[in-house]
Write a protein that binds this ligand. Structure first.
Ligand code: CTP
Length: 332
């Protein structure tokens, strides 16, 4: 039985890699759930021993300079050079410095969100985190619209924007970035090798666009916020260590889990939606891997970088203890 040890005790870790046995019996959104403030605070304190999301959520200007060499967190032998463009886009101060929110939503990308009607509820939270530039407009009823922070793995550029092969795809990405309207774009640029060019393309697009926008009469409306792009460097290895210490033998934390870990720092109550790495729902109906595309479940297989079902088990345990609220059914 795999388990989450919240209080850091040293009970032995047992790895359960099967998808069975822990996917059922999540209470629907309307069922009684009580926030456990004491536990939430204890978890925040524990995570703080590993990293402080307020500052570690992004590399800051001043901590490095153009030309510096960085080793990828998960591919230590591979390196990248900090480009001038990347440096330009680094924030001077953390966007989450001194920020505290009553309730936060973290929206995963599972198809379990379809027909959930959770959009309105999600939008009521003070801070809404989304993953991998997932589309919202067409799915607003189920996923909401509010976005305060959105992540973008470099691979999204390939998967959802055809590696920006032509002007049409570049325009599509620009439109999507515009629609963020000043919210935080979080790019894990230094996690794994292979995404370097894609990160550079995005940096270039943002900077070029900003320059162009400033020379047009619509500059105010179109201009990117200087800090629209926050790039993470520090912290992730530490996040990984946190979960290992807690006996959750994940291969590499997913974006969703990273977001939960970071959110414990600045959110009082944390609500998760769209976390369901299983092809069937609790009533045995098929569930799409993503609510918005046709990506298949093979992506979560043993060969993949993640162990999502194991993560889910950890999150479910935290839900049951009141540290977070997991919604996997319909909202009221
Ligand atoms: N997720 C989930 N169940 C799914 C799909 C996604 O629980 N069926 C959660 C995961 O925590 C995931 C997050 O939602 O990190 C965002 O989904 P996605 O964009 O698919 O992330 P991945 O690309 O699969 O994973 P990552 O970005 O972490 O590499």
């Amino acid at each position: 039985r795999a388990e989450v040890v919240i209080n850091g005790s040293s009970s032995p870790a047992v790895v359960d890699r099967s998808n069975e046995g822990f996917k059922r019996n999540i209470q629907p959104a309307s069922a009684k759930w009580r926030h456990n403030q004491t536990l939430s605070l204890r978890i925040r304190k524990q995570i703080l021993k590993f990293l402080d999301a307020e500052k570690d959520i992004s590399v800051l200007k001043g901590t490095l300079k153009p030309g510096d060499i960085i080793h990828y967190i998960f591919d230590r032998d591979s390196t990248m050079n900090v480009s001038q463009n990347l440096y330009e886009l680094l924030p001077r101060t953390s966007p989450l410095k001194n920020k505290h929110f009553g309730t936060c939503a973290i929206v995963g990308n599972s198809g379990v969100l379809l027909n959930s009607g959770c959009g309105q509820e999600i939008d009521t939270h003070s801070f809404v985190i989304r993953c991998n530039l997932a589309p919202v407009q067409e799915y607003a009823r189920d996923v909401g619209l509010k976005t305060d922070l959105v992540t973008m793995n470099p691979s999204v550029i390939q998967r959802a924007f055809e590696d920006l092969v032509n002007a049409t795809w570049r325009e599509k990405l620009l439109q999507r970035l515009h629609s963020l309207n000043g919210s935080i774009l979080w790019i894990p640029a230094f996690m794994a090798r292979g995404g370097k060019e894609r990160v550079e393309w995005v940096n270039e697009l943002i900077l070029k666009h900003r320059v162009n926008a400033e020379t047009t009469s619509q500059s105010k409306r179109k201009k990117f916020h200087m800090n629209a792009c926050k790039i993470l460097y520090l912290g992730s290895k530490q996040l990984y260590r946190y979960w290992l210490t807690n006996k959750v033998h994940i291969k590499r934390p997913t974006t969703g889990l990273l977001m939960y870990t970071l959110a414990t720092r600045f959110c009082n109550q944390i609500y998760l939606y769209g976390f369901w790495p299983f092809p069937l729902d609790q009533n045995q109906n098929p569930v799409k891997y993503h609510y918005y595309d046709s990506l298949k479940y093979g992506y979560t297989s043993q060969a993949g970088p993640h162990t999502m079902p194991l993560e889910f088990k950890a999150l479910k345990s935290l839900h049951e203890q009141g540290a977070l609220k997991l919604t996997v059914g319909q909202c009221d």
